[in-house]
Design a protein around this ligand. Structure first.
Ligand code: BES
Ligand code: MN
Ligand code: ZN
Length: 498
């Protein structure tokens, strides 16, 4: 897709289709008003007859004659007073979906991410255009005999209706393209089944990013080195699997070499059967998505490198399978983590926290400015928050606040849950320094999982995102969502602008 800026008057736009807003019960203003006048009141006539009411997402394609444009796509944008970035996103999504079902090759967008044009609105309008395009053009075909559908639409312009272009528009396209393609990639990794998306596959994909960006380097820790490092927690999870586990370290240097890095850790369990504490069969296939945090860590690093943010970012992905076998870890087994703390593995299905524990210890060597981990960690998080918001837990009010705000801005929201000694105490073990689950019940499974992780972050500023409910959709629309790439990218863009 080619994104461009069209600064001609709306009435002189050369494009196969103009995308114009219609508000509920509202007067036409600016671009639609001019087009209405230039075409004998065609839009107001449609409104009069309720052919379009302006309901959000409604689409009507109108043919016009002897103009520099062939069609007008009217898009319902809801009530004018309630118009927002979110509604713009919705309206644009239905417009672009509609266009992909036609043969039109180009379109010019006159919907905007706010009421009055200004620099911020221009940036957001362009960025969301690119993000939405990537979102609706994602197709999973890797393991189907059917080929992907080719889109005719190949040029999308941002129409300014005579206003001068400004650099924020191009920046918006660049950011939106980088974030959008990263999300696409993360969805792809998530959707791939576990016999394709293995830890070694993730290494290959990480290597591609390193070899195509001068600013990115890759290090992979293999099992022999894990043993040397004393990563008993990570190794205990992979013990039952034949697929070799990998600790992937992708480094992006966009800032000064003495600038402390932001470390992003992602759970990369490419299949979680539960191990000896085996899961029931129903929906077990969905545990191929248990690497979505790891995939997001790879995607975020790619986005940041594509944009070229002036930051140092390191993504760390512990990747392995969790399977039962004669070699598998058994409930009650005690392992020693890289930090030296011993762990009683009361339930082998609480494996994410075990691999993250060693990854969190490993990342201390980089003297991180802050750490954010992302993991499909607990079913309990789905009970608490459903499929709308990620669970956010942090030892820093400041970082939590920033992440809540970034999530809100990116449409990739979170909700904060507590941490604290009382929850931490639920992890006490009679036989080891800590249990991997709350031995005596007590509920709060999402919080106790985070407390477990906290034992391995030392005093570094840290946030944990439990993405169990948001990383993929179930049912007929089963598929990875790419979350929380948008949220973390937004956070990093904000960090870089300081
Ligand atoms: N990957 C799962 C969490 C999960 C389950 C995510 C369902 C999304 C949907 C994780 O490894 C797990 O199995 N957690 C256990 C922890 C329990 C044993 C304390 C869980 O949530 O049941
Ligand atoms: Mn599990
Ligand atoms: Zn898991």
């Amino acid at each position: 897709m080619k994104f461009s800026i069209s600064t001609t008057k709306v009435t002189e736009t050369k494009s196969s289709c103009l995308i114009l807003p219609v508000f509920e019960g509202g007067q036409l203003n600016r671009a639609p008003k001019l087009i209405d006048a230039a075409n004998g009141g065609i839009i107001s006539d449609f409104q009069k007859n309720a052919d379009i009411t302006g309901k959000i997402g409604q689409c009507r394609m109108l043919p016009v004659q002897n103009k520099t444009y062939k069609r007008i796509l009217l898009v319902g944008c809801g009530k004018y007073e309630k118009y927002s970035e979110n509604r713009y996103k919705k309206a644009l999504t239905s417009a672009l979906k509609k266009l992909t079902s036609t043969n039109h090759k180009s379109a010019t967008n006159f919907l905007a991410a706010g009421h009055k044009p200004n620099k911020k609105v221009d940036y957001r309008t362009a960025r969301i255009m690119a993000e939405v395009w990537h979102q609706i053009s994602y197709q999973y075909t890797a393991t189907n005999s059917k080929k992907a559908k080719e889109f005719r639409l190949n040029r999308l312009s941002l129409g300014t209706n005579g206003r001068k272009r400004n650099p924020e528009m191009k920046k918006g396209f660049d950011h939106g393209n980088s974030i959008g393609s990263a999300i696409k990639k993360v969805k792809h990794f998530g959707d791939l089944p576990a016999n394709f998306c293995t830890p070694s596959f993730l290494v290959q994909e990480a290597r591609k990013i390193a070899s195509t960006h001068k600013t990115v380097s890759l290090k992979v820790v293999n099992e022999p080195e894990m043993k040397k490092l004393g990563m008993g927690a990570l190794l205990s999870v992979t013990a039952g699997s034949i697929e070799p586990s990998k600790l992937i370290i992708l480094k992006y240097q966009g800032g000064k070499s003495n600038q402390k890095p932001i470390v992003i850790v992602g759970k990369g369990v490419t299949f979680d059967s539960g191990g000896i504490s085996i899961k029931p069969g129903h929906k077990m296939d969905e545990m191929k998505f248990d690497m979505c945090g790891g995939a997001a860590a790879i995607g975020i690093l790619q986005a940041v490198a594509d944009i070229g943010l002036p930051l140092n970012v390191i993504s760390i992905i512990p990747a392995c399978e969790n399977l039962p076998s004669g070699n598998a870890t058994k409930p009650g087994d005690i392992v020693t983590s890289m930090s030296g703390q011993t762990i009683e593995v009361l339930n082998t299905d609480a494996e994410g926290r075990l691999i993250l524990a060693d990854a969190l210890t490993y990342c201390q060597r980089f003297k991180p400015k802050l750490i954010i981990d992302m993991a499909t960690l607990t079913g309990a998080c789905i009970v608490a928050l459903g499929h709308h918001l990620s669970g956010l837990m942090s030892n820093s009010d400041d970082l939590a606040k920033k992440l809540l705000a970034a999530g809100e801005a990116a449409g990739d929201g979170t909700w904060r849950l507590p941490l604290g000694k009382k929850y931490m105490d639920q992890l006490k073990s009679n036989f080891a320094d800590i249990g991997n689950i709350s031995g005596g019940g007590g509920g709060a499974g999402t919080v106790t999982a985070a407390c477990f992780l906290q034992k391995f972050v030392n005093d570094v500023e840290w946030a944990h995102l439990d993405i169990a409910g948001v990383a993929w959709l179930e049912g007929n629309n089963k598929g990875a969502t790419g979350r929380p790439v948008a949220l973390i990218s937004e956070f990093l863009i904000q960090e870089a602008s300081k």
